[in-house]
Ligand binder design. Structure first.
Ligand code: MLT
Length: 256
């Protein structure tokens, strides 16, 4: 498993969205590194990490994160953040390894499972990526990942994300797609999340809308909610300054 890390101090691990890599966290990696040891892995099948085909479930990804911490000798509870699919994995990590968590940061993500139709569409998409490559998936996803403002005004950012998608192994993309289709509904589990949590959402997020994320925050015992202006689903990329500020303030409240 490949990862990047910056800084020293309490460990913060940031999990990327689908079908991207650690670079979605570039802004917060830099901003938080003055006070924390910030790590951003490439999840199995993405970036420079190894690919396994078939289906990779959220629990498997969470196990990979635990194994990375073990390999690095990190036994203390960590702050775990996840963007979108990274958030699905962060919740799976909480379910399996709650004792290893100091706090959660859930960014532009959902607790709900896929509907039957959405899961079926994902399986079709996974087969297509294996047959034809990721171009069609990239074209279908890109308009939903960003706010209309980002699409209109920052073509270079949109192009850089397309390049990340296209550089990923189609087998890794398909395996995660199959895994997301089968992820469980975590909504009923949210009241059992007892660690501090920060819920962040871009104001124009079309995939995990602010109202749904606010309801997630409300369902947890100790969660705060921050809405980010000038951002859609990929808020850490679209508005890294405000996302980093929300994360820094949350980490400062947690203390050393
Ligand atoms: C992501 O950004 O990780 C995806 O939009 C998640 C999903 O497809 O459910």
């Amino acid at each position: 498993m490949a990862w990047v890390e910056r800084g020293h101090g309490p460990v913060v691990v940031l999990l990327h969205a689908f079908p991207l890599d650690h670079r979605v966290w570039e802004g917060p990696l830099e901003a938080l590194s003055s006070t924390c040891r910030v790590m951003a892995p490439d999840l199995r099948g993405f970036g420079r990490s190894e690919t396994t085909g078939g289906r990779v479930g959220m629990r498997q990804f969470a196990g990979d994160v635990a194994a990375l911490l073990d390999a690095l000798g990190i036994a203390e509870p960590v702050v775990l953040g996840g963007l979108s699919m990274g958030g699905y994995i962060a919740l799976a990590f909480w379910q399996a390894f709650a004792h290893r968590l100091r706090a959660l940061i859930l960014c532009d993500t959902r607790a709900a499972a896929d509907s039957a139709e959405a899961a079926a569409a994902r399986r079709v998409a996974a087969d297509r990526v294996l047959r034809e490559g990721a171009a069609a998936l990239a074209d279908a996803m890109l308009p939903k990942l960003f706010s209309a403002q980002t699409i209109g005004q920052r073509p270079e950012l949109v192009a850089s994300i397309r390049a990340i998608i296209m550089a990923n192994d189609p087998r890794g993309i398909a395996a995660a797609t199959q895994g997301m289709a089968e992820r469980p509904d975590m909504t009923a589990a949210l009241p059992r999340v007892r660690c501090p949590a920060l819920v962040i959402v871009g104001r124009d997020d079309a995939i995990s809308p602010p109202a749904e994320m606010r309801a997630m925050a409300d369902a947890m015992a100790d969660a705060s909610f921050v809405q980010i202006e000038d951002a859609g689903h990929l808020s850490p990329l679209e508005n890294p300054r405000d996302v980093s500020r929300a994360m820094s303030e949350f980490l400062a409240r947690l203390g050393p």
